[in-house]
Design a protein around this ligand. Structure first.
Ligand code: PBG
Ligand code: ZN
Length: 324
């Protein structure tokens, strides 16, 4: 006997009619890693298909993205010079400010988001200025610098600011900074619930941002904590975040659902480097059907409650979506 379940699975069109979750290219934000120079497009061994690019190459990449229907990007910078405060990130001629002006001029209709943090810019690789006594990031001095960095990005044309450093009070500080500099129209997408995760390993190769000592556990969250995960995102909502985020995504599907049900703000997930590399390496080893596993994974994020997916798979997924 067919019952009410299998009857609806026989005709492929009916299967589509009753499908509850859909992914479109409008859901994606594609990460780009930018360094100085010209004609540079350097693949990183741990993340096949992901490159460090010079600005001219990034402009070409934007063309490709647009043709695939991907209109949102998030920028990460690899500066020529690193120092104890991460000065390149605070300078109007730093790598990100320079890239922003070029991208917004060549592709004004793209949504250009900037990752706001200091780990790529500091010589010690931590996400802010160090407090020598505590031997970790000083919260309040870093807040001042985050507000400055946000204003530099906004002035250079950033359409949205995405602070990823997990400092307490970062959203208030950045919101106040932006508002007082005349950028009250610039939204903030907070990395509001970000865990201290081993899944960031490959990213730190690409972004050259591994901490030179210790780890990030005094600012990023303990992966064991579910209630605190909700509190972190709700605090950012109160401070004025426009979009919330869970990061990583794959091992945190429960957290995505929890935050979806605790807040009415749009929710992003970051499908991080380690998640991407695992699929790539499994595909290389011939043990999975890469495209199907990728699409199933992305669908899972949306089913869990995400509205937006930041993913290195965006181009590959768009090709599949555009052909179906
Ligand atoms: C910087 C930052 C990180 C990622 C995004 N922004 C790394 C980190 O916190 O160490 C990780 C992204 C990824 O793994 O793909 N704070
Ligand atoms: Zn950081």
């Amino acid at each position: 006997m067919f019952t009410r379940f299998r009857r609806k699975r026989l005709h492929p069109v009916l299967r589509e009619l009753v499908q509850e979750t859909v992914i479109t290219t409008n859901d994606f934000i594609y990460p780009l890693f930018i360094r100085s120079g010209e004609g540079i497009k350097k693949e990183v061994a741990s993340m096949p298909g992901v490159y460090q690019m010079s600005i001219d190459e990034v402009l070409k990449e934007c063309e490709t993205l647009k043709s695939l229907g991907i209109n949102s990007i998030i920028l990460f910078g690899i500066p020529d010079v690193k120092d104890s405060v991460g000065s390149d990130a605070l300078c109007e001629h730093g790598i990100i400010a320079t890239a922003l002006r070029a991208i917004k001029e060549a592709h004004p209709e793209m949504l250009v988001i900037t990752d706001l943090c200091f780990c790529e810019y500091t010589d010690h690789g931590h996400c802010g200025v160090l407090n020598p006594k505590l031997k970790t990031v000083d919260n309040d001095i870093t807040l001042e610098n985050l507000a400055k960095q946000a204003i530099v990005h906004a002035k250079a044309g950033a359409d949205m600011i995405a602070p990823s450093g997990m400092m307490d009070g970062m959203i208030s500080a950045i919101r106040e900074g932006l508002d007082s500099a005349g950028f009250s129209h610039t939204p903030i997408m907070s990395y509001s619930t970000k865990f201290a995760s081993a899944y960031y390993g490959p990213f730190r190769d690409v972004a050259e941002s591994s901490p030179s000592f210790g780890d990030r556990r005094s600012y990023q969250m303990d992966p064991a904590n579910r209630r605190e995960a909700v509190l972190e995102s709700l605090a950012d909502e109160e401070e004025g975040a426009d979009i919330l985020m869970v990061k990583p995504a794959l091992a945190y599907m429960d957290i995505i659902r929890d935050i979806r049900e605790s807040s009415n703000l749009p929710l992003a997930v970051y499908n991080v480097s380690g998640e991407y590399s695992m699929l790539k390496m499994a595909a290389k080893a011939g043990v999975i059907d890469y495209e199907r596993v990728m699409m199933e994974t992305l669908l899972g994020f949306k089913r869990a409650g995400a509205d937006i997916i930041i993913t290195y798979h965006a181009k590959e997924a768009a090709k599949i979506l555009n052909n179906s």
